[in-house]
Design a binder for this molecule. Structure first.
Ligand code: ZN
Length: 645
């Protein structure tokens, strides 16, 4: 038998570098040879296989047959900001069945059963399963002459088995080319990248809808791979490329006589991310060592670039490039999905906590309350002061984490004194109406309670409550519709109904750090053509949070005091000044509070803002701050001894 399969010499692995289109084309030729052998057995029966209708080849097609071979397009690369490859593609093989070439279910049911059970035996699957895949492909718009992939990413052993059994399998079974996605760094940045998978009927439907609205939208084939989750999904149109086809004239024995035409495949564009692998790696490593699930986001405060975005636990997207029949894939997916139930919160692997999870922000929200009070003119950095004796009575006692004595803004932020913020919130206006409405308004100016419009398929909104909202959601329960002063107190310390995502908190912190610009965050930095020409560059898009520069400077000072003399002392680094705010957010369902830490650095000339959450792990300073510290160490490496000299 002719050898058409060529393992990579240096690695011995199946497949080869996808950046070698000539190799792919050469292999297409070889593939044609194999196809010819296969079709030869069929004789005239496949005469009309994919005959080009109405083209200039029509006349030829009447004398001989013309055959079209699908040339899949290599998907674009995904790279980090320094050019490190995060996602690539490689050529592989699949076992496919041409439905029209199988013995007919009506006329030759026994023959058909024999072919399918032999194939099923070789691929360790059932004839029923193969029939189901044929039906599914048909439903997704495949025509009977399109090879239907039955098993993807097959290994050399399987290919050999299929070849050896050719006489029994007949002309309908063949080995085809395919291109699979590879994530060379395994789990790394998987929540940013997403993964690819074969289209579903729903994807096909959505694509038809998308084309109605936008003619440039990707036209899907029934067996295409498309992006699912992450950048793979969000930029699928850019990454996908356009498949090509090669046209051959074949004789009555299906031997190729000559090459007629090739419409070359067009590789997809490459996406260069703003992600800095050094920071991403630090974030992931620190999160994996934390006591529980969590997330971390680092933003460039000068332009809204997402430098790191990590969610823990995570998964290896390479599992989706394994064949659907592969037991390794099946057992890994079972493991990942069985943990994916609401009660086992800490094991939701596919959930991007950084972007989608809503948490009470706890005391990290005090920077927003401070901004509201400063803007309203009811406080300044040093006055008024309030006495904290460990709690505050308003109907019932609202607690504090300690007995803080007399504190003004700077000290109250440093020590995270709730009593100070309770008192302050009561001065924002009527605590049952205008006060909380004002706090909500300022919160929304910080981007809270609204989607961030990040370039990822999921984007949490969070919730900023106010008296109107409470009335609205309790229309049928008037006893719950009223906003009480106690609700204002809870809101002032980021509890009650306030919900935010880690990404929102990173952006709010960035706005404090950069003097008042709320950025629309973006993970993509540039889109480049296959030839490395910039096709599109992300433009920073920001809006003002409407808080004066002077008031933001006061908040930054207060956040600096958190690290120099307050609850965030552990977060400090010797060679770069950090400012931040701790938080612990009560979680009614799961024991210990969520630990929060938001920060920016350097204090004098901020470049990076970070938000970290570690679920149900207690205090922010002990559990979340160390994660940010690792990210900052990566961003601002300690000067070496030589540099100090
Ligand atoms: Zn206190």
């Amino acid at each position: 038998m002719r050898t058409y399969f060529r393992p990579r010499a240096n690695t011995g692995k199946i497949g080869w570098n996808i950046t070698d289109p000539q190799g792919i084309r050469k292999r297409s030729w070889i593939l044609v040879g194999v196809l010819a052998l296969v079709f030869g057995l069929l004789g005239g029966r496949l005469w009309y296989l994919q005959v080009l209708n109405g083209s200039s080849y029509f006349a030829q097609a009447q004398r001989n047959s013309v055959r079209r071979v699908h040339l899949p397009a290599p998907r674009g690369l995904i790279l980090d900001r320094n050019g490190k490859v995060l996602a690539t593609s490689r050529a592989a093989h699949a076992v496919a069945v041409i439905p029209a070439a199988l013995p007919s279910a009506r006329k030759e049911p026994e023959m058909r059963e024999k072919v399918l059970s032999t194939l099923g035996y070789l691929l360790k699957t059932s004839p029923k399963n193969i029939e189901e895949q044929i039906v599914e492909a048909r439903k997704k718009g495949g025509n009977p002459y399109d090879p239907v992939r039955v098993t993807e990413s097959v290994d050399l052993k399987t290919i050999t088995l299929i070849e050896e059994n050719k006489p029994r399998l007949g002309p309908a079974v063949l080995i085809t080319d395919e291109i699979t996605r590879r994530y060379p760094n395994g789990k790394f940045a998987s929540h940013v990248l997403g993964y690819t998978g074969i289209v579903t009927e729903r994807d096909m439907e959505r694509s038809r809808e998308a084309i109605k609205n936008d003619a440039r939208a990707r036209r899907l084939r029934f067996d295409d791979n498309i992006g699912k989750l992450g950048i793979e999904d969000f930029y699928d149109n850019q990454l996908a490329g356009t498949p090509g086809s090669a046209l051959y004239e074949v004789d009555s024995l299906s031997q190729p006589i000559r090459h007629l035409d090739t419409v070359p495949e067009k590789p997809g564009n490459n996406i260069v991310l703003a992600i800095d692998s050094k920071l991403q790696e630090a974030a992931e490593k620190a999160l994996s060592q934390a006591s529980n699930s969590g997330a971390a986001v680092a933003i460039d405060v000068r332009n809204g670039e997402v430098l790191a975005l990590a969610s823990n636990p995570t998964y290896d997207p390479n599992v989706f490039s394994l064949s659907r029949r592969d037991p390794k894939r099946q057992s890994e997916l079972r493991r990942l999905l069985e943990g994916n139930v609401p009660t086992a919160r800490k094991q939701r692997y596919f959930y991007n906590r950084a972007v989608t999870s809503h948490y009470s922000p706890g005391s990290t929200y005090k920077m927003v309350t401070a901004a509201a009070a400063l803007e309203k003119g009811v406080i300044s950095a040093h006055s008024p002061s309030y006495l904290c004796t460990g709690g505050f009575r308003l109907g019932r006692t609202f607690g504090c984490d300690g007995v803080h004595g007399t504190q003004s803004l700077i000290g109250a932020m440093a020590k995270s004194c709730n009593v100070y913020f309770y008192q302050t919130s009561l001065r924002l206006g009527n605590p049952e109406s205008t006060g909380p409405a004002y706090l909500a308004k300022i919160s929304r100016q910080f981007g809270l309670g609204a989607p961030t419009h990040i370039d990822l398929p999921t984007d949490g909104k969070g919730l900023i409550p106010d008296p109107e909202w409470r009335k609205e959601i309790n229309k049928t329960r008037p006893e719950l519709a009223h906003w009480y002063p106690g609700n204002t107190l809870n809101m002032s310390i980021g509890q009650g109904d306030v919900l935010t995502t880690p990404l929102q908190m990173a952006l709010a912190t960035a706005a404090v750090a950069n003097g008042g610009t709320l950025w629309k965050p973006h993970v993509m930095k540039e889109i480049r053509s296959e030839k490395n020409k910039v096709v599109q560059r992300a433009k920073p898009e920001g809006k003002s949070i409407g808080v004066s520069a002077q008031n933001l400077a006061t908040i930054r000072r207060a956040m600096r005091s958190v690290v120099t003399s307050g609850t965030g002392r552990r977060a400090g680094l010797p060679h770069v000044n950090i400012a931040g705010k701790t938080g612990s957010a009560e979680d009614d369902n799961h024991g210990l509070p969520h630990a929060w830490w938001v920060c920016f650095a350097p204090y004098e000339n901020p470049r990076i803002a970070i938000a970290v959450i570690v679920e149900n792990s207690g205090h922010g300073s002990e559990n979340a701050a160390p994660v940010a510290k690792k990210i900052l160490e990566a961003a601002f490496p300690a000067p070496t001894a030589a540099e100090n000299d």
